[in-house]
Design a binder for this molecule. Structure first.
Ligand code: GYE
Length: 304
């Protein structure tokens, strides 16, 4: 926790907007890029005094971080909610305290009058794009697919699964198994080891809800004597540097982008809300997708 900068010779900071940011944790490369983007945008130079908290992927820790921000009486709270459910009470507490809440990245199931605004990505569309790639490349060939799901109960995992399942519906792509790897490399590796033990060489496609789990799975696949990208084709989501490198090297086959650079948009929303301006309830940031050839072309110019 902590991280609030000290008085930096700018008059004690009374003119700065105080913001508490409750981040999920540090589970992935995407998260590292998102945290950096947020810290940069919520800098003193830009008129903010940020208190950063990372909850190590634990919902209770994240909720208590938000409660601490309410008790501190910050001007605004930003949350990247780990899971969709469980937010009603603490969001009501913030509302009663007159502290506006801006969500970034993932969504919540709570009523949208409990927060001022959300900025993030269309996770369902990301899943659909991944599923359409699988459909195009495997329908009619009888694919045996396994899934590495993101954090259970997170909107990113739930919506990606919905979009993906919709896209492969009615095809002869068989989903052999689907388990959570918690969006981490380690989780992806462990779950993939289990899949390989159980299904062996029958697996020929892997859909990982993020790059990091796909990268962890690469270790398991190689250890099993198989060639990733060939024996098992791999589609992931995020397009962080390590994922794009694996794609350019032929170890991944397709990546759907998920843009982590949400800091500036979140900071602009906070500023407007604190100034009493009306803001959009939802802001969706556009994503692209990449083949192996496209990854090789753009790799050097990727900012994260
Ligand atoms: O895809 C994953 C991260 O919520 C969009 O969380 C985010 C996801 C991202 O851990 O890498």
């Amino acid at each position: 926790g902590g991280g609030a900068p000290g008085a930096g010779g700018n008059g004690g900071g009374s003119d700065l907007i105080t913001v508490g940011f409750a981040q999920t944790g540090s589970e992935s490369g995407w998260r590292a890029a998102n945290t950096e983007s947020m810290k940069k945008a919520f800098s003193e130079e830009n008129g903010f005094k940020l208190t950063f908290n990372a909850a190590d992927n634990k919902q209770e820790a994240q909720i208590s971080a938000v409660r601490n921000f309410i008790n501190q009486g910050v001007d605004a709270i930003v949350i990247a909610p780990i899971t969709v459910d469980g937010w009603d009470d603490v969001l009501k507490e913030a509302k009663d305290a007159g502290i506006p809440v801006i969500l970034e990245d993932r969504t919540v199931s709570a009523s949208d009058d409990l927060y001022a605004s959300w900025v993030g990505l269309d996770f369902e569309q990301e899943g659909r794009t991944a599923g359409e790639w699988v459909k195009e490349n495997f329908d009619g060939k009888g694919a045996n697919l396994v899934v590495l799901e993101g954090t259970t109960g997170s909107s990113a995992a739930l919506d990606r699964a919905t979009g993906f399942d919709e896209a492969i519906k009615g095809t002869d792509v068989k989903v052999m198994d689907s388990q959570t790897g918690d969006f981490t490399r380690d989780g992806g590796k462990k779950v993939m080891e289990g899949y390989l033990q159980k299904y062996g060489k029958d697996i020929n496609v892997l859909f990982a809800h993020n790059d990091d789990m796909g990268l962890g799975a690469l270790d398991a696949i190689k250890a099993a004597g198989l060639t990733p990208g060939k024996d098992i084709q791999i589609v992931t989501i995020d397009a962080v540097k390590d994922g794009m490198t694996a794609l350019a090297n032929g170890e991944f086959n397709f990546i759907v982008e998920c843009n982590p650079l949400l800091g500036e948009k979140a900071a602009a929303l906070v500023k407007d809300v604190v100034d009493g301006k009306t803001v959009e309830k939802r802001t969706i940031v556009e994503d692209q997708s990449f083949t192996q050839e496209q990854a090789a072309e753009v790799l050097d110019s990727r900012p994260y």
